[in-house]
Write a protein that binds this ligand. Structure first.
Ligand code: G16
Ligand code: MG
Length: 217
C-alpha cells in the first residue's frame, strides 16, 4: 500500500547540478585551482561543505575553518543568485503530472534533499505546496548513504517506511532509500544505480501507475 513518495531534488525534480557546477567553477577559477564537469559529478547529493572539500582536493591550499566557511558562503551567494532565474519550466519532464496524480489519490509527497536551498527552489518551481514534508538537512547528523534523511521525511509525514517509495539519481541516494526499508526508484543508468528496485532512464517514465504496480509486487 503506497502511502508516500519521497523525492530527491537535484536530478529528480530539477537539474540544479548545472547551477552548482557553474558556481563551483567560478570559485575554483577565482582560487586558480582546476575544476571540471567530471569532478562536478562527484558533488551530486553531497553536502555543501563536503563538496567544498572535494573542490579543494589536490589544490595544496591550507585553509582555516573560517576560510572554508567563507568560501562555501561565497559559492552559495553565487548559486542563490543563479537559482533566482528558476521557473516552473525548469521542472523535469513528468514531475508536474506525477505530483498532480499523487494529490488526486491522496498520496503524500516528501522531500529528502541534501540542499539547504531546497525550499527556495521548490518555491521558484511553483510546487512548494505540493509537498507535505521537507526534511531539513541542517538538522541531520549523517548524509546519504545513511537513511536518516529519508526516515526523517517519513516520520514528518507520519507514514511507515515500508509503504514509501524513494526516488533518486545518485547511488548514495539509492543506498539510503534501501537502508531506510523503502522501495527505491533510480533515475539514470544501471551502471550507477543497479541496486534500485526499478530503474528508469528519465523522469518522463515516472508515472503513478508504475509506482503503484511496484508496491503491489
Ligand atoms: C544537492 C546537490 C549537491 C549539493 C547539495 C547541497 O543535493 O546534488 O550537489 O552540494 O544539494 O546543496 P546546497 O549547497 O544548496 O545546500 P540533492 O540531495 O537534492 O541531490
Ligand atoms: Mg540528486
Amino acid at each position: 500500500q503506497l502511502e508516500a513518495v519521497i523525492f530527491d531534488l537535484d536530478g529528480v525534480i530539477t537539474d540544479s547540478a548545472e547551477f552548482h557546477y557553474q558556481a563551483w567553477q567560478a570559485l575554483a577559477d577565482e582560487l586558480g585551482i582546476p575544476f571540471s564537469r567530471e569532478k562536478n559529478e562527484r558533488l551530486k547529493g553531497v553536502s555543501r561543505m563536503e563538496s567544498l572539500d572535494i573542490v579543494l582536493e589536490g589544490s595544496g591550499l591550507q585553509l582555516t575553518e573560517a576560510e572554508r566557511l567563507r568560501l562555501a558562503e561565497k559559492k552559495n551567494d553565487h548559486y542563490k543568485q543563479m537559482i533566482g532565474s528558476i521557473t516552473p519550466e525548469h521542472l523535469l519532464p513528468g514531475i508536474p503530472e506525477l505530483l498532480d496524480s499523487l494529490a488526486q489519490r491522496g498520496i503524500d509527497a516528501g522531500l529528502a534533499s541534501a540542499s539547504l536551498n531546497a525550499p527556495l527552489i521548490l518555491e521558484r518551481l511553483g510546487i512548494a505546496r505540493r509537498f507535505q514534508a521537507i526534511a531539513d538537512p541542517a538538522g541531520l547528523r549523517r548524509g546519504k548513504p545513511d537513511p536518516e534523511i529519508f526516515l526523517t521525511a517519513a516520520e514528518l509525514l507520519g507514514v511507515t517506511p515500508g509503504n514509501c517509495i524513494g526516488v533518486e539519481d545518485a547511488s548514495a541516494g539509492i543506498a539510503a532509500i534501501k537502508a531506510a526499508g523503502m522501495t527505491a526508484v533510480g533515475i539514470g543508468s544501471a551502471e550507477l544505480l543497479g541496486k534500485a528496485d526499478l530503474l528508469l532512464s528519465s523522469t518522463s517514465e515516472l508515472t503513478l501507475e508504475r509506482l503503484l504496480e511496484l508496491l503491489r509486487k
